[in-house]
Design a protein around this ligand. Sequence first.
Ligand code: SAJ
Length: 476
Amino acid sequence: MTLKTILLKRGPIKKIGVIGMGYVGIPAAALLADAPQFDYVTGFQRDSSTSGYKIAMLNRGESPLKGEEPGLEELLKKVVAAKKFQCTSDFSKIAELDAVTLSIQTPFLNKEDLLPDFSALKDGIRHVGKHLTPGMLVVLESTITPGTTGGMARELLEQESGLVAGNDFALAHAPERVMVGRLLRNIREHDRCVGGIDEASTKRATELYSAVLTTGKVIPMTATAAETTKTAENTFRDLQIAAANELALYCEAMGINFYDVRAGIDSLKGEGITRAILWPGAGVGGHCLTKDTYHLERGVQVLGKGTLDYPENEPSIYVLARRINDFMPTHMFRLTRDALKRAGVSLKGAKVAMLGWAFLSNSDDSRNTPSEPYRDLLLKDGARVSVHDPYVAEYPDVPIVPFVEEALEGADAIAIFAGHHQYRALDPKVLKNLSGKKHPVIVDGRNMVDPDAYIREGFVYKGIGRGDKNGHAIIG
Ligand code: SAJ
């Protein structure tokens, strides 16, 4: 019997499982549960010491995600009250389901050797394999190396279940495209690439995602094309950011204002011309842009099997872009050091107030935050560092102060690392008083402040891309 026939006999998808209750899995589960055509959704979460607490919270209809997530808490309360969603660590419940999605982190073990760490993902896949039944649909939502769905995932599922993908069960990749702060909207409104290992799998996965899409539409393709689309779209974004960062460094060296240049370049519009210049800054963090380039690089290495035609001895521009973006926290460190020197203060013993620990503005997400390497460089040179972030309450081995005044008190330098809206309202007079220094330093890594307002107050100002200001005369 073909998979198509098995799926027809099984009927429409009614009972769904979502493995991985994080930034991707939680909003996805809530939206699927809220879709009238589905009976219920079960969220699966390991009852571990670090994340087991989420199970009880979710079953109370509470979101464990701390940042601002419009509509998520209300939706969770609604689907829990309607008994359409529950969370459990009992993976045996997978056996009763029609479809299971996996949204599990896929970090990199070693970027040099392009070795991804699929250990958590494999655990999740094994759980599914153990309880897989004929006609079930399995979808990988995590960002993965091209070739993983039809390779490692398929093999593991077949090993564990004794069933055959494409014959007995459907298998697809439908990469997530969410950003913290707008999780629900992104799932509903972004088009969804859906790549099955075969047509029947693509069709079955389309049935699942069509139910939650509002303005977004399904874009069917092969599993490998979907894997490459996802890794490439993040790689391209990272490349665009690196291009902006490099131009900003050039503008600093040439003594001009990057933002004038950007406005100039951006003015070339019309006739299908777009010059999408992104924003330079203190660095690129998060769980996505910092690793997806390496998934793509590994994909071409494994699937390309040496057939890639590329200029001799030239590095991948994607990996070079990663290195430029990884350099920005070091640049912030050098700007801080040089500005303190202008103020006659050595780094050793100086107090530096860091504003922003999260990698993204107005969020609590501090995965791979560029703030960390900057802080490490300061500590290595004997500076004292005080970190403030209105959204991030705690971070391993990094004390975070709840009130900004505490960080600013007696600071020789202030470095803005995240574009949280609270920091846009900072008043240079207040900061000057709190620091109590004659020439405190301000280093703007997110174009948040007006340089002249600070320079007038006697600050030593430095800003990413502000070559027009970074050498200003010190007032007072
Ligand atoms: N950043 C800049 N300059 C910019 C844009 C961003 O320095 O112009 C920095 C941010 O400060 C941050 C990092 O880059 O540290 C990443 O920011 P982001 O806005 O890309 O946020 P992510 O990583 O959460 O979201 C990306 C998005 N990918 C694309 O737009 C192609 C999102 O759509 C994906 O869903 C997400 O990765 C993911 O989960 O893959």
